[in-house]
Design a protein around this ligand. Structure first.
Ligand SMILES: O=C([C@H](O)CO)[C@H](O)[C@H](O)COP(=O)(O)O
Length: 215
């Protein structure tokens, strides 16, 4: 099980400064969608240059032009790129084919997918690397989370790894870990805390303990 830090509400220097502080406690750093909207793929490039040994995820949330956008993000240095599960299979297939050429990975974000079971079966057959259940900011604001959805996709996937994102905090992390995802994605649960370094270290410890208890 791995821990991904999602950086959404920062600029590039702030992002690099924070990662420098907590690098040892994270496995993957995500350049969030708002950062890419503000700063472009330059944010991915500068993060990868600053931390060549860290896995960098570009949260492009691709909805169309899968091959082209994966090519651009891969060239910028991304190791993992996100595509939306709500899009058509052709976009996901294009993204997977392009990612293979660059040795990069595809994480499919199931945000706002209505029939999670059916779509998980379909997407798991397309050769993607991760399927991620995700409650976005707007539904977090009305009290939703993806913990039940995580259990559903865990029962279905045979090929992809599983991931979970959306409002995960230190307090709710043990419940998430119990469902045994491969990747736990945390943004505000770290970046919004007073002592980010300590919270990230505690989260990493729990994630790795979860891994040990899985055997
Ligand atoms: O993907 C995200 C969101 O849609 C904004 O781009 C976040 O990175 C993801 O939700 C994780 O952040 P938190 O919900 O703050 O943990």
């Amino acid at each position: 099980m791995e821990l991904q830090l999602a950086l959404d509400l920062v600029n590039i220097p702030e992002a690099i400064k924070l990662v420098r502080e907590i690098e040892k406690s994270i496995d993957v750093v995500e350049i969030g969608t708002p950062v890419i909207i503000n700063e472009g793929l330059r944010a991915v490039k500068e993060m990868k240059e600053a931390f060549p040994n860290l896995t960098v995820l570009a949260d492009l949330k691709i909805m169309d032009a899968g091959g082209y956008e994966v090519m651009k993000a891969s060239e910028a240095g991304a190791d993992i790129i996100t595509v939306l599960g709500a899009t058509d299979d052709a976009t996901i297939i294009g993204a997977v084919e392009e990612a293979k050429k660059h040795g990069t990975k595809i994480l499919v974000d199931m945000i706002n997918v209505k029939d999670i079971k059916k779509r998980t079966y379909e997407i798991d057959a397309l050769g993607v690397d991760y399927i991620c259940v995700h409650t976005g900011y707007d539904l977090q604001a009305v009290g939703e989370n993806s913990f039940e959805q995580l259990q559903i996709i865990k029962r279905i996937v045979k090929n992809a790894k599983t991931a979970v994102a959306g409002g995960i905090k230190l307090k709710t992390l043990p419940e998430v870990i119990q469902a045994e995802p491969d990747l736990v994605i945390v943004g505000g649960g770290i970046t919004g805390q007073e002592d980010k370094k300590d919270v990230a270290a505690q989260m990493q410890r729990l994630v790795k303990q979860g891994l040990v208890s899985q055997g």
